[in-house]
Design a binder for this molecule. Sequence first.
Ligand SMILES: Cc1ncc(COP(=O)(O)O)c(CN[C@](O)(C(=O)O)[C@@H](O)C(=O)O)c1O
Length: 401
Amino acid sequence: DSVFAAIVQAPEDPILGVTVAYNKDQSPVKLNLGVGAYRTEEGKPLVLNVVRKAEQFLVNDQSRVKEYLPILGLAEFNKLSAKLILGDDSPAIQENRVATAQCLSGTGSLRVGAEFLAKHYHERTIYVPQPSWGNHLKVFTMAGLSVKTYSYYDPETRGLNFQGLLEDLGAAPAGAIVLLHACAHNPTGVDPTVEQWEQIRQLIRSKGLLPFFDSAYQGFASGSLDADAQPVRMFVADGGECFIAQSYAKNMGLYGERVGALSIVCKAADVAGRVESQLKLVIRPMYSNPPIHGASIASTILKNSDMYNEWKIELKAMADRIISMRKQLFDALTAKGTPGDWSHIIKQIGMFTFTGLNSDQVAFMTKEYHIYMTSDGRISMAGLSSSTVPHLADAIHAAVT
Ligand SMILES: Cc1ncc(COP(=O)(O)O)c(CN[C@](O)(C(=O)O)[C@@H](O)C(=O)O)c1O
């Protein structure tokens, strides 16, 4: 019989599997609040106008060819991506201390960074917040790093367990890698304050820990690209090293184009040059070179000031719609007198609300109300619209009474 006869059926991905279940549901009132993908008020995926414009511009450019990109990707895109997260006036960029590679969106940037660290960095332990994006554990483990967690979320206050965070990172071995969500923490929607970020930075630098930022929602959390990049810029301003994974999936709506970048901020330009050369040895045997189309769209938008400004307006509109959904859900639960304190819905930031509903309550809401969400109680606010808020409020009310 087949040499693969012993292979067992793999479980569905905890996040992407929710969409699989949603697609099978025939109910007219079904609601997909699982995957972090933006939907319009009409519940439809959104291609930004400025993305359509950039694509049209590219299609009309007869001089464009389909040649391989370099291993590190589209150089112009890499420069513009580093500027986007580090700021136009970043000393690290001016001093040529940043090595950047275009990677396959956020996941690919995290994986390339992890593979690089497993090969070149003496400390193989990476501390990931508890909880974190589910895929972090698998990406870092598959790259050969050993994953530990640091306290992050306080279920009592549904806010940050800041003391626990400081204790756990304070106890980490010198040199350990620390994964930090740059903004809009997934799944909790809880971010440190600027003051808390400064304390985290001081602790990380004093212990010689290596910060690895995951920036998947820049501009999507507050609506401001600069505000959402503030924590990253605080760390880079102190001259220390850091890794930064960027994704354009959400803020440019380039989900399926797989557009992202890994930047490694070094202490000296010659180190950055050598790091960049070693990044090529990680990437070449993995996927050789990245796709040209999505990065060309992003680059066209980032380098053209009219398009860049149009993008910022569309980005803020997406962020504002999500904030409005938070308010509407909070108001609906308040109006219904749903038992419990629901203020965390409006206090949390970014794509997700960490409701505090347990897996049994989630299963009930799926079964009885056709609400699709992750079993940890996370809801993608982008999946909601004014017309569907009442249905979700009914489901939550029924689940907690
Ligand atoms: C913190 C974080 N980091 C990286 C990524 C990877 O994103 P990409 O590779 O597409 O650029 C996500 C996306 N996470 C999800 O929005 C989510 O948690 O639903 C979803 O896209 C996913 O892939 O799980 C994320 O939330």
